[in-house]
Design a protein around this ligand. Structure first.
Ligand SMILES: Cc1cc2nc3c(=O)[nH]c(=O)nc-3n(C[C@H](O)[C@H](O)[C@H](O)COP(=O)(O)OP(=O)(O)OC[C@H]3O[C@@H](n4cnc5c(N)ncnc54)[C@H](O)[C@@H]3O)c2cc1C
Length: 443
């Protein structure tokens, strides 16, 4: 399902973009004077850079935001984009809510780049931050952009599962460095599911954990690193080690309770390899975008690479250029959808963040089927119609989540097979005729 051109670009341009990060000062960990590389699930070779042990993202963000603050770029904090402005078919600006005084402002520009991140807040259990509310997907859809591959949402197999604690990611490299998954009875179960055991692709590990939890009646399994030398665990994974210790768990002595959590939106606003959407002047980069580089199942650590590579290509494309023509994205084999009004649900529960997250987790999560998905689509469609006009940040984000959830659910209903991160218990196999994309557009 991967877009081969996007994958080729990702692989070829990666060394230069990593070099950019090194030159900008990101302090990647080194060993004997060379950048140290680690292994993650489904990888054939160690190729993952890390910084501060397991605080890579933090180091990248801090380094880059410091650079931005040192320029004349005008950064507006606490401003929420609420509408893409279109004039004569071209994106010409954005309407914004100043969340501190609830006032509306509009900004114009030659180009608009969406970089609003993912949509993990669709689900009850997620590793994502609270800002991952699918805003960019919802805004782009309402503006008329094509949205693709929404049914593919990746669930990370191992988030910390402790009562009262929001799911905290236990990085895949913990398994890459030798961590073992055990069930409630202490039995190592992964080799019974697949020869790749703990290092199988994320969807397989997540589903295996779910089966194991069902079998034993437990609400988590355990990730065991107690056999690794304690100083290695504490220095290689300082953030995980300290976070668990702060919550009364010494991972060098006790196994870590884990369960799957929503992690990464593979689909999103459809773009070509220059980041162009189907609307002239509108670009998208990062998790909000769908370049096709991840196919139906993102490989660990390819998303930061994608952000860097395709973000840079947008800058190259727009520098000094007037992108007046909308890109050509359409492919003949796409399945095209325009979500229609659905039958309202019998049980009319009021929409709020918690009810939405529970609905999506239960009906459109790791295991899906026609009955659950159709019921969820009916509820979401009814919520879309019954929701009052959004006024503040929470109500805008809820409306965006409901729309994004609807797009995900409709795509998951349409794809009557299982492939990558999308698993239908009523259609458990991959079918050759489904080797095509589902593209949704506002009618
Ligand atoms: C715990 C965790 C660990 C991960 N580890 C890895 C890893 O090891 N390797 C890897 O490759 N990937 C990893 N990922 C995935 C990767 O981090 C994300 O895909 C990536 O950071 C997304 O970057 P982004 O710039 O697209 O979005 P983000 O970094 O999420 O930034 C989006 C920004 O847009 C803002 N925003 C959102 N909506 C609006 C709006 N309406 N108006 C204005 N602003 C808005 C948000 O506030 C936020 O600042 C991980 C993700 C998580 C959650």
């Amino acid at each position: 399902m991967c877009n081969e051109e996007a994958v080729r670009i990702l692989a070829n341009e990666a060394p230069d973009r990593i070099a950019d990060l090194v030159n900008l000062g990101v302090p990647f960990d080194t060993l004997d004077g060379k950048i140290d590389l680690t292994l993650e699930a489904a990888h054939s070779l160690p190729r993952i850079l890390h910084a501060g042990g397991d605080t890579t993202g933090e180091h990248i963000e801090l380094t880059l935001s410091k650079k931005v603050r040192a320029t004349e770029i005008h950064v507006l904090e606490h401003h929420l984009a609420i509408k893409i402005l279109i004039e004569e078919g071209r994106a010409c600006g954005v309407r914004v809510l100043d969340c501190e005084n609830n006032s509306i402002e509009e900004f114009g520009g030659s180009f608009l780049i969406l970089a609003t991140g993912g949509a993990g807040q669709l689900f009850s259990f997620t590793t994502n931050p609270e800002v991952a509310t699918g805003d960019g997907i919802a805004l782009a859809f309402r503006a008329g952009a094509e949205i693709a591959d929404m049914e593919f949402f990746q669930f990370h197999p191992t988030a910390l599962h402790l009562p009262g604690i929001i799911p905290f990611l236990i990085s895949e490299s913990v398994r890459g460095e030798g961590g073992i998954l055990r069930n409630d009875d202490g039995y190592r179960f992964m080799p019974g599911y697949t020869p790749q055991a703990e290092l199988a692709p994320r969807d397989i590990v997540a589903r295996s954990i779910l089966h194991e939890m069902e079998k034993t009646g437990a609400d988590s399994v355990f990730l065991d690193v107690t056999h690794l030398p304690p100083h290695i665990t504490a220095t290689r994974f300082p953030q995980i080690y300290c976070f668990c210790l702060d919550h009364g768990l010494d991972i060098t002595k006790q196994p870590i309770p884990v369960s799957p959590a929503a992690h990464y939106a593979i689909g999103g606003v459809r773009v070509n390899t220059w980041g162009e959407t189907s609307i002239a002047g509108l670009f998208a980069a990062g998790e909000v975008a769908c370049t096709g580089a991840h196919g139906a199942n993102r490989l660990a650590s390819n998303s930061l690479l994608e952000v860097l590579i395709f973000g840079k290509r947008i800058i190259e494309k727009t520098a000094g250029e007037d992108s007046s023509a909308a890109s050509t994205l359409g492919q003949n084999s796409d399945v095209r959808l325009s979500p229609e009004r659905r039958q309202p649900p019998g049980d009319k529960i009021t929409p709020c963040l918690t009810t939405l997250q529970r609905l999506l987790w239960d009906k459109a999560g790791i295991l899906r089927n026609e009955e659950g998905l159709s019921g969820a689509a009916g509820t979401l469609s009814w919520w879309q119609e019954s929701l009052p006009q959004p006024k503040d940040r929470p109500s805008h984000e809820l409306a965006n989540l409901i729309l994004t959830g609807r797009l995900l659910t409709e795509a998951a209903i349409a794809r009557q097979e299982s492939r990558g991160a999308h698993f239908r218990s009523d259609f458990p196999r991959s079918l050759p005729e489904w080797r095509r994309h589902i593209v949704i557009k506002f009618d």
